[in-house]
Ligand binder design. Structure first.
Ligand code: HEM
Ligand code: HEM
Length: 168
């Protein structure tokens, strides 16, 4: 049985990495940078677009099974674990722009410091760190699966494809 993710799913998966990398590259160092109203507007537009794309992707991908490309039946625990990491990634990537938007909203209300702004900043930083952690686990698991030759890698990744035979 040979199954692959759709072209659309692959475009979402790989296109999103560019968006995410850009988000990390343009990260701010300090709240005071938001005094620049052009930058503030740009951040808000970017975060809204980011949020929209993550949500669209989530609702599109929901219909597909986890480990769609697996050649052998995968244990339920293994599948649930992968699903939990995928769902956590979505949650984290929704909270990252949302907390950014919270920072912006408070800032425009004149709340530049204090407990509410500190909470938004802490949430924002926590989500950024958690995203690095979850994505590292995800990529490590994908590479491990590729080495085992389970077919899951090839269903999503366009390079270093597994053979259609035994996969080794
Ligand atoms: C920003 C970085 C990444 C994020 C946020 C991410 C997120 C996800 C998510 C949420 C899924 C589940 C399907 C979906 O909803 O789209 C998925 C599937 C997958 N990803 Fe990634 N991914 C990233 C990078 C990578 C990289 C670098 C690799 C490989 C080197 C990879 C390999 C895979 C594979 C093989 C699948 C298919 C798993 C399955 O069929 O259940 N991902 N990814
Ligand atoms: C999808 C959109 C966004 C991404 C991917 C993103 C990403 C990041 C990252 C990775 C950091 C560094 C966190 C750390 O030091 O651990 C950061 C910091 C920061 N971001 Fe965002 N951000 C986004 C949207 C926003 C928005 C909309 C605002 C507000 C207008 C904002 C305001 C800030 C501020 C003020 C900091 C500095 C926090 C500090 O004082 O250490 N971000 N962002």
């Amino acid at each position: 049985m040979e199954n692959s993710h759709t072209k659309f799913a692959k475009a979402f998966h790989w296109g999103f990495i560019i968006l995410y990398a850009y988000g990390l590259l343009k990260q701010l160092n300090d709240v005071s940078q938001l005094e620049d109203s052009g930058l503030l507007t740009f951040e808000v537009v970017f975060a809204s677009l980011f949020l929209l794309i993550v949500l669209m992707r989530y609702f599109y991908m929901r219909r597909f099974e986890t480990f769609l490309g697996a050649r052998e039946p995968v244990s339920l625990i293994h599948k649930r674990l992968a699903k939990a990491v995928h769902t956590s990634m979505y949650l984290c990537l929704v909270l990252l722009p949302l907390s950014g938007l919270m920072i912006a909203a408070l800032f425009t209300q004149g709340i530049k410091e204090g407990p509410m702004q500190n909470f938004s900043l802490a949430l924002h930083e926590f989500c950024a760190s958690l995203s690095y952690f979850l994505i590292s686990i995800h990529v490590a698991a994908a590479i491990y699966s590729r080495i085992k030759g389970e077919g899951i890698w090839t269903s999503m990744v366009p390079i270093w494809k597994e053979d259609s035979g035994s996969g080794r």
